[in-house]
Each structure stands twice: as structure tokens, then as C-alpha cells.
Write a protein that binds this ligand. Sequence first.
Ligand SMILES: [Zn+2]
Length: 488
Amino acid sequence: MMKGSRAVSGLDWLRLGLAVMVARAIAFLVRRLRLGAASVLPGTVARRLQPQILSLLCRQVTGPIVLIAGTNGKTTTSLLLRSLLTHRGWQIVHNAAGANLENGLITALLERTSLVGRLGADCVLLEVDENVLPKVLAPIQPQFILCLNLFRDQLDRYGEVDTISQRWRAAMSDLPSETTVVLNADDPTLSYLGQQLSQRTIFFGLNQPADYLEEIPHAVDSIYCPACGASLDYQGVYLSHLGDFQCPQCGFKKSTPALESQDWPQILIGLYNKYNTLAAVSVAKELQLERGQMLETIANFRAAFGRAEELRVGEKSVRILLSKNPVGMNETIRTVNQVTQDRGQERTLLLVLNDRIPDGTDVSWIWDVDTEKLVQQGGSLVISGDRAYDMALRLQYSQVGQGTGNGERGTGNGEQESNSPLATNHEPLTMNHEPLNINKCQLIVKEELQDAIATALELTPTRETLYILPTYSAMLEVREVLTGRKIL
Ligand SMILES: [Zn+2]
């Protein structure tokens, strides 16, 4: 079945065939020469040769195309949705985590495209960057757009969250009226966006006041009504700015979720994943999945978690957990703590903090992360990245903040105790090779990423897992090192 109304000429298809052939050759070479995972470059080249490629490939998809956007949870949600949809027996295309810009989307589709440009897919799930979403709606013509949340970590990249939602709205309003937009009702910006669209909308959200945060965070004082600009009233907050809210001035309020959240179990742990679960279920339900099948998949999802992100290195496993903002990193810490509970001192983590453009150039967000919970559980923490020392400092303060460090802190070199965590260690962080023991946590700073990975792998016991917590650009680098020829 061909979708879309624009006439496609024979020449268009010819150029598509050429683009596919070249892209496939590039992917083959990149992998053969072990230069990386080839998750973006083939798409970049193919788009040069056939600028219409995204549209030409997407119109061949026989079943639904689902786009998944939002600051946090794209990968988890799409992995769950993919697991749910395997019940339909479909051939599903899904882009690799992180390859969510236009060329990454094209590359994912090319993986399933024959040399004459025929795409073999019944269903396409694409994680899409917030800023790229408006540009790809017209060529892709998705049946579903899943909008998870908009957190402020993108402020320094793209400007106000409101600007993004306005761009989304403008692009979405050009889509056919049967396009279904699934939105998080608990996020004021997205609730409002949904209320403005003439397309079909479905909301998901929580209805469980027992899970409200004990106190309403001060930060929500600055959450303004998207309709009139007044400060929103929150009855309760579940997480960050997500909660039950209404505007005292114009009557705008949270949209009504279609599912009763209390009727559904969730994957993994953390309220955050409750949102991810409800989001995936909302789409799966539209695609005629039965409740029984969904419950079974949700219950078994643990095994699949992070599958896309798990790599084997000899007899050890490496699990990469993107940690790019406070909400995401808190969730990662909670998860790692849970799965390593019984390892204690044996566990090894590698934290990689970069401050490049895709990460947001301001790293002060790490001071909003509950790193205290990370150091509490001990183990070896290897630290790397452009801003390795900022992260090391954060972790040192976390240890001091425990209140358990007094009297035990230090490496036995007789330094004076002081209230300042900096004063207690004389230039400890400039010593690259001397591990710094803070209570039961061993902090090791390695500026060079390859060096850091090698050290962390060495510290990881055989048959155990190394957990890597990188920012976005750091994640790409880590993958490159691990899958490329650099050290392995
Ligand atoms: Zn208002």
C-alpha cells in the first residue's frame, strides 16, 4: 500500500535505489573496518543522493508508523511498545537509541530496505528528537505521535519548552485529522497542546494521589499556564513538573487520561516508568492488543530492559544507561542501585560527563541529581568525560552530605578534617592514577575515555556487568570505543 498523495516519478525511485545501494555499501564498510556502529552515516549519504528518501521509504510501510518524542523515556517506552507489538507478528523497524535525528531515522529504515529500494516493514517505531519532530512529520505521515514529556534540560539547546510545543503544534495541525496524538496529561505543556489540536488525541497520566511527592517542589512555582500565563495551582506533584494542576485564572486544567492508571502495573521501578508503561499501553491498545497479552509483556519486560544497550566484552557485560539530566539520572541511579543491591563493594560504574552541544553546555544540572544515593551503595566509580572533575567534585560532596563520612573520610594520610569537602583533600583529583577512597566508594578519575573504559572493565569481575552512565555525546563515544576497533 502506498501512502501520501504526491506523485512519485520513476526517476525518484531510481535515485532511491542508487541511494540505498551506496548507503548499504557504506554501512558494510564501516562495520567491516570496525569504525563504528554505522547508525547515522548511511542515512546522511543516502539523503544527499535522494532528498525525498524519508517519504519514499515511509509510504511503503504497510502498517502503523509511530513516532515517540519527549525529553525522557523514549528508549524505554519504544522498547516496551516494540515488545508489546511482537504479539501482532509484525516486522518492526526501530531506530537505535540515540540515533534520533533525521539521518538516524533514515539509517534505521535503510537496514530493512532491499537493494531496489523496497522496504520490508509492517510497522515502524521511531524515537525522534524534540527539535527534529516538526521537520519529519510531513514526509513520514505517522499514524501515531506519542508525546512523553518536555523537561527543561533542553532550554539551552532550543529555547523555551513553549517554543518547542508551538512548533510541534504548527507541524501537527497540518496532518490528516485521523492522525492520533497521544500525550502526557500530567505535563501542562502537552496537556494544552492536545487541547489545541483538531487531530484525534488520547491522554495518559496518573490518578494516584497516594504517590504525590510529600511537598510541592518550589520549582513548580515557575510553571505557568500555557493558555494565559498565570502561575498554575498544583493539587499534587508526581515527579518534577508532572502532576495534577489547574489554572486559577482561565480554567485550563489537566486533560482526562483515557486509562485508569491504577488498573495497570508498570515495568521496572520508579514512577517515571509508570508513565512510560501507560504511554506504550495507550498506543498498543489502539493497535488491538488484548489486555492479557499486555499484562504478560509488562510482567516480563525486566529481561528485555536495556537489551539494546547491552554489550558483551569478553566474559563481562556492559550496560549503558543514558544519564543526561536530573530526572533521567535519578532514575538511572535508582535502577542501578536496585539491580546491584547484593553486589555492594563489588559493583563498578563508569560516569562520563560531557558538556558538548547535544548535552547542553551547562553541567550545573548534576547538582540537582541525588548522587548521594549512588555513593551510599558503594563500589568503584570511575569518572571520565570533558567535565570529569565537576562530576568527581559532585560525588565528593555527596559523600560529605551523608554525614557518615566524618571521622572515616580520607585515605589515611592524616589530613585535617574540615567543613569544606575541598579542604579535606589536597589536590586529590589531579592524581589520575591514585584512586581516592571515600568511605566504601572508590573514586577514580580518568580523563581519557578509552583509559577510563579499560580501567572500569578491569575492575569489573568476570561474568559481572559494568554500568556506564554517560551524557548523550558521551554515550555515542562510549559506543564507538566499545564497538569500534579502538581498544577491543
Ligand atoms: Zn490560565
